[in-house]
Write a protein that binds this ligand. Structure first.
Ligand code: GLC
Length: 552
């Protein structure tokens, strides 16, 4: 083998470090058969779109058989495709089409919990207390004279208790089982070797089918301290409440990393090694443990989601993220939106302190969204992120500037956050409404039937066909930025340059500059040869809330 071959292989194995990964929420991407749910053939039909957009990889949220109690994150069978979405043959065909277009694929692995319809959970329910079948999950006796109280008061992410009581075959009330999410999502017992072995099998199953990487759902929760007396868990989902010494009974325990080391050994059996990114909702100093080369290799960085729109705040968040990633020899990830949060093209038009759950309960009216500001900032932020070293995770529809559908009628809501806690939180459906491909109502090119979540009439203006070829559209901006990024991509260094308070300016090693004016007024800046701008520019004048890429 020549040295060039070796170098190429090296580059290939490191493809993930600065990849642009496009998240597909399969049920809302493209529907090929008119049943109102997106499907695998729908994705295949849109591969040319993804290629034109110039993304390096796609990440598919779950497409496995599921009752959709939590949008597919309640998995019935980890090694199959939901028949409503297609078949394994369709899946293989999709992988081949993506690969032929030069696009890699990540699938979502949901290891903390299965669905309650999973054959193991059904077997557990049908088996006696203390049986090996029950030991794959976390069954416990209730408290109280007749076991009528849950084993403890641990909360679930989706509202009230993390425990649900079972009913025995003879109709009498039985044991309780733990679910950190919905009751339809029983948590696995990760101290049971069957569970470990089965996930290794799943990782191999998809790797053998050509999958290039994995997104690991709730990667911080698998291992639990279930010893009695149970340790208190007063809050859930508030990362700043979690200790940083691995002592929380449910999250980010030190013995977790052993699981990921064994997964790494599997990933490294492949050539190129399979890659992984952790969804680890843990304090930043602990995030690195998921991103080490001997564990998952990379972890999501959600820090910019909570960063106020200020140059100094963005700069310190970015600098810290780069430093942390560097400390593990990983690369940083950047993201503004995903299927779990209000879309950023809307968020950026709300005051920083807006409580999004409360705002959603007003159907997105109070406070009102400043759409012009939101669009300006969303475009500027996208270009800023795309210029940073590391990989960028885009969420389907953000390339269209798509807004949150904040006024979905409550009858249409599917999210367990709403269903479990009705009236308290509307949940995440407003970010999961299917994509508009054409301006034609009612299906907007997504479906010929009835979309599983209603698509509002204003989607017409955001449709792919309404923006394609339109100078200045958000779709064209993303496309130009992604193509340019491919050409400009360079080593992972970055130099900060100073200008004025409202400006964030950095230069990559090949003279690729990105300058963002966070201020509400335009400024004059020494822009050299302009490559791309998020707003129309004239000479050296950088408009308010815009990003410019230029060479110097
Ligand atoms: C992750 C997913 C979210 C899901 C939860 C439970 O946070 O992103 O959509 O509800 O895990 O699986």
């Amino acid at each position: 083998m020549s040295s060039t071959d070796t170098a190429d292989e090296h580059v290939n194995a490191e493809w993930w470090r600065q990849a642009v990964v496009y998240q597909i929420y399969p049920r809302s991407f493209a529907d090929s058969d008119g049943d109102g749910l997106g499907d695998v053939r729908g994705i295949i039909s849109r591969v040319p779109y993804l290629r034109e957009l110039a993304v390096d990889a796609v990440w598919l949220s779950p497409f496995y058989p599921s009752a959709l109690a939590d949008g597919g994150y309640d998995v019935d069978d980890y090694r199959n495709v939901d028949p409503r979405l297609g078949s394994l043959d369709d899946f293989d065909h999709m992988v081949a089409s993506l690969h032929a277009a030069g696009i890699k694929i990540f699938v979502d692995i949901v290891p903390n919990h299965s669905s309650n319809r999973h054959e193991w959970f059904q077997a557990a329910l049908a088996s006696p207390e203390g049986s090996p079948e029950r030991d794959r999950y976390l069954f416990r006796d209730g408290r109280g004279e007749h076991g009528e109280l849950p084993p403890n008061d641990w909360p679930s992410h989706f509202g009230p208790s993390a425990w649900t009581r079972t009913t025995n075959a003879d109709g009498t009330p039985g044991q309780w089982y733990l679910h950190l999410f919905a009751p339809e999502q029983p948590d696995f017992n990760w101290d049971n070797p069957d569970v470990e072995a089965d996930f290794i099998r799943t990782l191999r199953f998809w790797s053998d089918r050509g999958v290039d990487g994995f997104r690991i759902d709730v990667a911080h929760a698998l291992k639990k301290d279930m010893s009695e007396p149970y340790k208190p868990v007063p809050t859930i989902g508030i990362m700043s409440d979690y200790p940083i010494d691995g002592s929380h009974p449910l999250f980010d325990r030190d013995d977790l990393y052993e699981v990921y080391r064994s997964w790494r050994a599997v990933f490294n059996e492949y050539d190129p090694p399979r890659v992984a990114v952790a969804e680890a909702m843990v304090p930043v100093e602990r995030r690195v443990n998921y991103a080490r080369a001997d564990t998952l290799g990379q972890a999501f960085n959600f820090d910019l989601l909570g960063t106020p729109w200020r140059a100094d705040e963005f700069r310190s968040t970015i600098a810290r993220s780069l430093e942390l990633a560097h400390s593990t020899e990983s690369s940083s990830t950047w993201t503004l939106s995903n299927h779990d949060i209000v879309r950023h093209a809307t968020r950026f038009g709300l005051p920083n302190e807006t409580h999004l759950d409360t705002w959603l309960l007003t159907n997105g009216t109070e406070p009102p969204v400043d759409h012009e500001q939101a669009t300006r900032r969303a475009r500027a932020a996208a270009m800023l992120l795309l210029a940073l070293p590391g990989s960028v995770y885009l969420y389907q529809g953000e390339e269209l500037g798509l807004l949150e559908v904040a006024d979905l009628p409550v009858e249409a809501l599917q999210d367990p956050i709403w269903l479990r806690d009705a009236g308290a939180r509307k949940g995440r459906d407003g970010a999961r409404v299917p994509l508009p491909w054409t301006p034609e109502a009612p299906g907007y090119g997504f479906t010929t039937g009835t979309a599983h979540l209603p698509m509002p009439s204003w989607f017409a203006d955001f449709a792919v066909e309404s923006q394609r070829g339109e100078a200045g559209s958000t779709l064209e901006l993303y496309r130009d930025a992604l193509h340019a990024r491919r050409e400009l991509q360079t080593s992972e260094g970055l130099t900060w340059l100073d200008h004025s308070d409202n400006v964030l300016w950095f230069r990559r090693e090949n003279g690729w500059n990105s300058l963002t004016n966070f201020g509400a007024e335009s400024i004059v800046a020494p822009v050299g040869e302009v490559i791309l701008a998020s707003a129309p520019i004239a000479g050296d004048v950088v408009p308010a809330e815009s990003t410019i890429w230029f060479r110097s």
